[in-house]
Design a protein around this ligand. Structure first.
Ligand code: DP6
Length: 403
């Protein structure tokens, strides 16, 4: 944490005594990662506390490719709490933001009563439909906890912003435990294994072209809990067993089991969505073509070498090992050719993309779908939030570049 005193610039020596006022300001900046659930979170048993009907388990992605960055500051000179996101001022009275702030203040030993300024950015396009709220709330809570000197578990605080955010507070493989307490005190994230436990793992994020606005995950899961006949069986029977099996597969580095469980969990989430009344549809034709391609790829190789997983949108995350990336990229290039001059593969680069194996595309019964995947981000597992020195707020506490 940086605590410093800033002097306003001296403009005229005779006015020095008036202008050379000291401004006390404390500022902290953190970055935080995206996470992708392998065993999905879907449905709350308490809306306000954000308590899930079942546990979930995710991988944290490398911040070099995608991360949120947040600066928080307090000062005796600030007149009111203020919040800027991706360059635009937002309503600070957003109930989930307020819920995080209230909980942080309750746990903080600091009682100065100063107003705060918050400024947050994502280094990836929000339009890509990636889990920006998870990274955003994890980052906010990580930074505020340092500013407010909050000790102990802070995943419960991030959970109050967005359920999946609690998992972004650790690197590697992370479980969000369902918990049993009504007050949510045991519904928190715990690390299962660090990122370097399985360094060969890679994730390909396929950003699918889709302009249709779908139902947000908060509303989608609320309708599901209210109307689905299947969600109870899924939450009580399927998920607990899947989490036990996935933790073992992670510790044993058993890729085939990890991949199988990942695809099952994604399919179960989308089955629950279809069984919601009225149904909610997140995957589109491109998503389904990707599913068929991955199954054909695994069948052709007689081994489970890749897994797909889809959240509340059509984008796919493909989990695989480093050695299989070039062949998968070749297939995606072939089936989803792009006419854009922008880079198709972003993030970690491969030396050479081989010729596609057309037999796999044929086996998958897919056509060629030009421009239906906008681009692919290759990334890997990474670390949890970190504190950095480059702030988004100026020395007097306003977004840099604004007046
Ligand atoms: C499909 O965490 O966005 O990505 O708790 O209402 O903010 P709220 O929902 P959110 O839901 C994420 C759902 C998911 C699956 C997952 O990440 O586990």
């Amino acid at each position: 944490m940086t605590i410093f005193a800033v002097s306003f610039p001296r403009r005229h020596s005779s006015l020095d005594s008036q202008l050379h006022q000291k401004m006390d300001i404390s500022m902290v900046t953190c970055t935080a990662p995206i996470n992708i659930a392998l065993i999905k979170y879907w449905g709350k048993r308490h809306e306000e506390l954000i308590l899930p009907v079942a546990g979930s388990l995710s991988i944290t992605l490398d911040q070099n490719q995608m991360c949120a960055k947040t600066t928080v500051a307090w000062s005796s000179n600030f007149k009111e709490d203020r919040f800027w996101l991706n360059g635009e001022e937002q309503n600070i009275n957003n109930p989930r933001l307020q819920s995080c702030l209230t909980e942080i203040k309750k746990r903080s030993p600091v009682t100065n009563g100063y107003k705060i300024h918050i400024c947050s950015n994502n280094n990836f396009p929000t339009a890509a439909g990636l889990a920006s709220s998870a990274a955003g709330y994890a980052c906010l809570v990580a930074a505020l906890s340092k500013l407010f000197k909050v000790e102990g578990d802070i995943s419960q605080l991030a959970r109050r912003g967005s359920g999946s955010a609690c998992r972004s507070l650790y690197g590697g493989f992370v479980e969000w435990c369902r918990g049993l307490q009504d007050d949510g005190s045991d519904s928190l994230a715990i690390p299962v294994a660090p990122a370097n436990h399985w360094p060969e793992l890679r994730v390909l994020v396929l950003v699918v072209s889709d302009r249709a606005k779908s139902v947000g995950s908060t509303d989608g899961m609320r309708n599901c809990v209210a109307t689905s006949d299947f969600i109870r069986i899924w939450a009580e029977q399927c998920v607990p067993q899947q989490i036990i099996a996935l933790k073992k597969a992670i510790l044993d580095r058993d890729f085939a089991t990890l991949a199988h469980l990942t695809m099952k969990s994604s399919n179960q989430l989308h089955a629950l969505c279809l069984e919601t009344y009225p149904p909610v549809v997140y995957m589109n034709d491109t998503s389904h073509a990707i599913v068929r391609l991955i199954h054909a790829f695994n069948d052709y190789n007689n081994s489970v070498l890749a897994a797909y997983t889809f959240d509340a949108g059509p984008n796919a995350c493909i989990v695989t090992r480093k050695d299989n990336v070039p062949e998968l990229l070749a297939l995606f290039h072939h089936v989803f050719p792009s006419s854009s001059s922008d880079a198709f593969v972003r993030g970690i680069q491969v030396n050479e993309i081989p010729k596609p194996n057309l037999k796999i595309a044929e086996k998958a019964n897919v056509q060629v779908y030009p421009n239906s995947v906008r681009y692919i981000i290759q990334t890997q597992l990474g670390e949890g939030p970190k504190e950095v020195d480059s702030h988004l707020l100026s020395d007097v506490g306003f977004p840099k570049g604004s007046n």
